[in-house]
Design a protein around this ligand. Sequence first.
Ligand SMILES: NC(=O)c1ccc[n+]([C@@H]2O[C@H](COP(=O)([O-])OP(=O)(O)OC[C@H]3O[C@@H](n4cnc5c(N)ncnc54)[C@H](O)[C@@H]3O)[C@@H](O)[C@H]2O)c1
Ligand SMILES: [Zn+2]
Length: 366
Amino acid sequence: MTHSIPVSLPDSSYNVAIAPQQLPQLGTTLKTLKLGKKILVISNPDVFNVYGETVMTSLEDAGFETASHLIAAGESHKTLATVAQIYDMALGQRLERSSTLLALGGGVIGDMTGFAAATWLRGIHFVQVPTSLLAMVDASIGGKTGVNHPQGKNLIGAFYQPKLVYIDPLVLKTLPDREFRAGMAEVIKYGVIWDRELFALLEQAPQLATLQQLTPDLLTAIIARSCQAKVDVVTQDEKEAGLRAILNYGHTMGHAIESLTGYGAINHGEAVALGMIAVGRMATHLGLWSTEDEGRQRALIAKAGLETCIPQAIAINDLLNTLQWDKKVKDGKIRFILPDGIGKAVISDQITERVIREAITEVTED
Ligand SMILES: NC(=O)c1ccc[n+]([C@@H]2O[C@H](COP(=O)([O-])OP(=O)(O)OC[C@H]3O[C@@H](n4cnc5c(N)ncnc54)[C@H](O)[C@@H]3O)[C@@H](O)[C@H]2O)c1
Ligand SMILES: [Zn+2]
């Protein structure tokens, strides 16, 4: 059974299709869209070695002319130089305006392929086949594409919507556990800021730290609700004028933790989880939610196998200084997304340094 979530935007509408065990049907699904004959698949060896053959066969059986181009795995390859390689391949394969670039991989592949699609011939068709949990519930939806600049992450980019996001949750069976947990941090985020039923679904799940004990039905339901949350938010605010900022819950603090620990030691999802822990404590101090709500959030984060205490090695003054440099800071004031009970969020730039300091201290390990 395919679960389809429509994304309706002023200039482009498309579907997020959640199709368990239906990766082999990708080609026939694409056939129903008005795409040209040629599809260039961009992937990395980790993913392509396992799913490449299924995808290419499916596309060819549906009558597409295909080619593939692999990029080494990892954030360090999310650069303009790699995009230039995609352009060379597009040229070599004589891609036309009606041709398609298809991203098969995690968020790194998706962001980069989307940017290449947005810019080659001023825009060719783009299809997302996300294979990491984070890419399924977050990166593949909403049209943000781009690459890193040596001076900062995602500094070069474009808003560019895909023609389809095609998710087969079962491909997660080969995703490393740590990557799975990182994606789960974003899933929990949606439960806290947007969807209390998703939050409850996560509370009822037998566990959240690995895929093994999640039935395909439960996994599909969790992914579908998360995708719906992201779709709800981005369709109400495509270009991040206001509401979309709530998706940054836990992220301002998370980015500071990532940059202080040198990117890698603590990955993005782990840092966001710690960010949610700290900001969750701030929300308790401000009376936005109860100690009980905060405890429920902490319990879910722990259940997902994520840390719930900021490491002692991170000095509070360094953390406060780094927070000031985040690009979400407006006029010198740090803007926080705060939970307003479970399933709702508010934005505030009125949080005093005392509250921030107190909360961080309380959630740092002894
Ligand atoms: N565009 C957006 O709105 C948005 C939102 C959030 C994050 N992002 C971006 O997404 C990127 C992070 O994405 P990510 O967490 O998916 O990282 P990633 O793309 O690096 O993937 C993580 C690792 O998992 C591997 N992998 C992926 N799927 C697999 C599978 N099914 N089986 C085995 N291995 C698999 C990858 O090869 C990689 O080594 C960052 O660059 C971030 O900036 C973009
Ligand atoms: Zn994130």
